[in-house]
Design a protein around this ligand. Structure first.
Ligand SMILES: [Mg+2]
Length: 294
């Protein structure tokens, strides 16, 4: 089995590498996390009760139905507030939405954008808005650990991991906190299928992938499986191939992966027209702009 060795990255045990996203890819957890935990905590912690329905709709657009799906929670917060500012009647709710500049500045300066790095920043430079962001992030984690239990992997996800076992070094690549990822993969007995599990503490998905592969696998031998444009972008940043788990058609996607695409990947027949057609169909699915601005 390959080992993950800190800064030296993954020590390959196989000729192939597979990076795999978790939320919305292996687990059907996007809707429950976003609708039952992230959005309600957003409304509560930023006192948006007066505009609760459009705050919820905007949050869900950014995190489920837009090209930003799967981005870090801090990026999502910044995007959602910026969209809401353009959406609400500013004459009625002029003081309702906070200035997101401190959040943008903090994100711009961080090597690692995570709750832990936000806490470290607050310990040195207290800021009322960023403190609220941190409290919101903690509340989201607590809500997820209470709410998201026993959401099983999509059908054929385990069979696909089994198929990869012995053929590829497999790594989880995610923006979810590491602790929650380990809990979710462990609950379903999946940790034995992967060499390492990287969460938001490991940097962006591109950084996580780069650390894992470091030019150690030949061209055409690296694959990223994900459900968001950010997963595709991360794959391309290291020259990996991409297989999309299509939001809303996850079951069909896993069927295609298990019965056809994985076999093609391991036999060198995945790159080219086959991948391009899948990526093209996926790329047109999630828009950049919300329907109310079009
Ligand atoms: Mg995802």
């Amino acid at each position: 089995m390959a080992r993950f060795s800190g800064e030296r990255g993954l020590i390959p045990a196989h000729e192939f590498f597979v990076g795999i996203d978790s939320d919305g890819c292996v687990f059907n957890t996007m809707e429950v996390k976003q609708k039952q935990c992230f959005a309600p905590c957003f409304i509560k912690h930023f006192n948006l009760h007066q505009i609760a329905s459009i705050a919820r709709e905007t949050w869900e657009f950014v995190n489920l139905y837009a090209s930003s799906r799967g981005c870090s929670r801090f990026e999502a917060l910044s995007r959602t507030i910026a969209l809401l500012k353009r959406r609400i009647d500013r004459s009625l709710y002029s003081d309702l939405l906070p200035d997101i500049e401190p959040l943008r500045q903090w994100m711009g300066k961080q090597k690692i954008v995570s709750a832990a790095s936000l806490k470290a920043c607050l310990d040195m430079y207290p800021d009322i808005f960023l403190q609220r962001v941190y409290s919101w992030s903690l509340a989201v984690d607590a809500c997820i650990s209470r709410t998201v239990r026993f959401v099983p992997p999509f059908a054929l996800a385990i069979e696909s991991l089994e198929f990869m076992r012995g053929r590829a070094d497999v790594v989880v690549v995610s923006q979810t906190p590491h602790e929650a990822l380990v809990r979710e993969w462990d609950t379903h007995g999946l940790t034995g299928y992967v060499q390492s599990i990287a969460g938001q503490e490991g940097g962006t998905k591109s950084e996580q992938l780069y650390k894992a592969v470091r030019d150690r696998y030949p061209e055409g031998h690296m694959l990223m499986i994900g459900d968001a444009p950010g997963d595709l972008e991360a794959a391309k940043s290291i020259g990996a191939l991409f297989f999309p788990i299509i939001p809303g058609k996850e079951t069909q996607s896993w069927e295609l992966l298990y019965h056809e695409a994985l076999g093609r990947f391991f036999s060198g027949c995945y790159a080219g027209t086959y991948e391009q057609e899948l990526v093209q169909a996926f790329s047109t699915l999630l828009p950049d702009n919300p329907p109310w601005e079009v």
